[in-house]
Ligand binder design. Sequence first.
Ligand SMILES: [Zn+2]
Ligand SMILES: [Zn+2]
Length: 111
Amino acid sequence: MTGVPKLVNIVHQCIFCERSLSTPQKLRHHLSSHGCDVPSKVGVGRRINNSSFIYVGTSEPQDLIQKHFGCPFCNIHYEALASLHIHFTTCHPEILARTEIQQPTQDAKLE
Ligand SMILES: [Zn+2]
Ligand SMILES: [Zn+2]
């Protein structure tokens, strides 16, 4: 109820190689090339401006805008790419199930 909404510009960046894609669709396609199990239908709509965030393009003065990394599978977004990575592992584990990053090839020697 308090405060001023933040101006955020959502970017679509790969959590694995940090490559930026122009749209969430392209990012999903890109993630599938990393071995992600990307669903064909994704329930992501346009992000609607709300009391916390106003979604803007890059036409606004840059010093007023925070760059946020958007999840291509839901409407969540984070200031840090590492936070998005954590979100992937906790909220979309099925998408990461077959990636090499989630299943490291090193031998588990934890005895
Ligand atoms: Zn990538
Ligand atoms: Zn998500």
